[in-house]
Design a protein. Structure first.
Length: 508
């Protein structure tokens, strides 16, 4: 049998830089206390640096406490096919990745922080049980000379890497910061950077719109109830998908983000969560989804969230409690609410449980209540209407209740439309008036047109008019009395529906 290649162990000297080295076998970097003997701390300097290096597989290990103020290791412009960090004893150790390509797993509660800036992933990066996890993409720090050198070493290009999966899994980290910082000017492509002394940093690059849409980053954040969480901040991010799950004991802020697919499953936040200015990024090309599944949304604030821009929304068995909804965009027409479903799995929309419409009815009533609590009666009225439509489809609903709902739906769209009852009142009253005149022999006869009959129409429209408003009681017959009485019932109901819809904002 061929001899198995041994692991390469390397020991680092503080404040040294290793450049352009290819580690073609599995490598373990061991951080020892003895390496810091008689080594003075240099404030502002990185302890260990790798620049332009390639690793087949890298493991970082520290099995003893190191009495040193601050220890940091950075990887700039590196390729790390797989990284594994788990055995770390000292509590003042930080790891930084900048403009690198990597994947792997970092799990240790002693690490002070792990930060990745402008990194591309071969597939995924797991950051677990960390004190602080920071992921950032900053357009002002894109250096094409450095990236060109890295692409050449791995025989690829920017377009190929942008289309790869870039999935971050951040579980049970105390502090999480995930940010995008875009170029604020109209400049695109290559530009010269002022005040840069290093050759690799003299040229910068700004992504264009198409490149940003190709760069598909997914983020999954998970919390465990027995872990401590302080703060999660996701700011200005453009994400293909965001998943939130578990019980967070800290605060959650997601602001000014473009998220194509958003999954909140079995989630609750002890200190609340704020979702501000969220909408999909690629809604023209991607199927956009929003799922909230078996979550406790008490103390959760949805502010300026574009619900209407998502192609499919699933709200399944959630507790809304003191949920706040402000300035959110919901569908403007009833048909648009078809996208809001109550299905167990948004990826299997055809699988609906037997109480689907009843669950849908109760969910919309909860949302109506939350909107009313925030003073948004405009949207609350919509949810009242669609909840009634859902109730109309409940199988065991009594027949006459279903009839009432159907009539209300047709007459004024459950109190939303003044147009429907107004048009129906005019149209139906004119038909009844024509029939009324015909029953009295004042219509469709050989006599000339009596123009006064046009004025009497308005008296006929008044449901309190006397039966002899047009002719004497002697001239009335059974047909004319029946038509007049039926007109008063139907037109009176439509006028009531018109007034009810007209007063929809005055209802308590």
């Amino acid at each position: 049998m061929p001899r198995q290649q041994e692991m390469n162990e390397i020991f680092l000297t503080p404040y040294t830089i290793i450049e352009n080295t290819d580690y073609s076998i599995e490598t373990k970097s061991i951080i020892r206390a003895s390496d810091f003997s008689n080594e003075p701390f240099q404030d502002g300097r990185i302890t260990f640096s790798f620049i332009g290096c390639c690793f087949k597989k890298l493991e970082i290990e520290n099995s003893e406490t190191i009495n040193f103020k601050d220890i940091s290791i950075q990887f700039i412009g590196c390729l790390i096919n797989e990284i594994n960090v788990e055995n770390i004893i000292t509590t003042n150790f930080s790891i930084f990745f900048g403009s690198s390509i990597l994947q792997g797993r970092i799990k240790n509660e002693n690490l002070r922080s792990v930060e990745a800036n402008n990194c591309l992933l071969n597939n995924s990066l797991f950051l677990l049980d960390l004190k602080r996890a920071i992921v950032s993409y900053t357009e002002e720090n894109i250096f094409p000379i450095r990236w060109k050198k890295l692409f050449k070493s791995v025989n690829t290009n920017l377009e190929n890497l942008l289309t790869e999966k870039h999935s971050f899994y951040i579980y049970d980290c105390k502090d999480i910061v995930f940010t995008f910082n875009e170029n604020s000017t109209n400049t695109k492509g290559v530009y010269k950077r002022p005040y840069s002394y290093e050759i690799e940093n003299k040229i910068g690059y700004y992504l264009n719109g198409e490149e940003k849409k190709k760069f598909k980053v997914s983020l999954s954040v998970q919390y465990s109830a027995d872990k401590e969480h302080n703060l999660t901040k996701i700011i200005n991010a453009k994400l293909l998908a965001l998943s939130l799950s578990g019980y967070s004991t800290g605060e959650l802020l997601i602001e000014n983000c473009n998220i194509d697919s958003w999954y909140i499953r079995n989630f609750s936040a002890q200190l609340g969560a704020n979702f501000y200015d969220i909408k999909p990024f690629r809604k023209e090309t991607e199927e956009t989804k929003l799922e909230i599944h078996k979550s406790n949304l008490d103390k959760v604030w949805f502010d300026n969230v574009a619900f209407d821009d998502y192609s499919t929304i699933s709200l399944y068995r959630n507790k809304f409690g003191q949920t706040t909804l402000t300035a959110c965009d919901f569908p403007s027409k009833y048909m648009g609410f078809d996208k809001i479903q109550t299905i167990e799995n948004i990826h299997n929309p055809e699988r609906k449980d037997k109480n689907y419409f009843k669950t849908r009815y109760e969910t919309f009533l909860q949302l109506k209540k939350q909107l009313e609590a925030s003073g948004n009666f405009y949207e609350a009225q919509k949810f009242q209407a669609i909840s009634n439509e859902a109730l109309r489809n409940v199988e065991n609903l009594p027949y006459w209740d279903r009839v009432i709902l159907e009539i209300n739906s047709l007459s004024n769209n459950h109190g939303l439309s003044i147009k429907a009852p107004f048009i129906a009142t005019i149209f139906i009253s004119i038909i009844f008036y024509i029939l009324y005149l015909w029953s009295l022999g004042r219509m469709f006869n050989s006599n000339g047109i009596d123009w006064n009959l046009f004025g009497y129409y308005f008296s006929f429209l008044d449901i309190t008019h006397r039966t002899d408003f047009l002719v004497s009681k002697i001239e009335l017959n059974g047909w004319s009395l029946a038509i007049d009485y039926l007109n008063k019932i139907i037109v009176g109901f439509l006028i009531y529906q018109f007034i009810a819809a007209f007063r929809k904002y005055g209802k308590k």
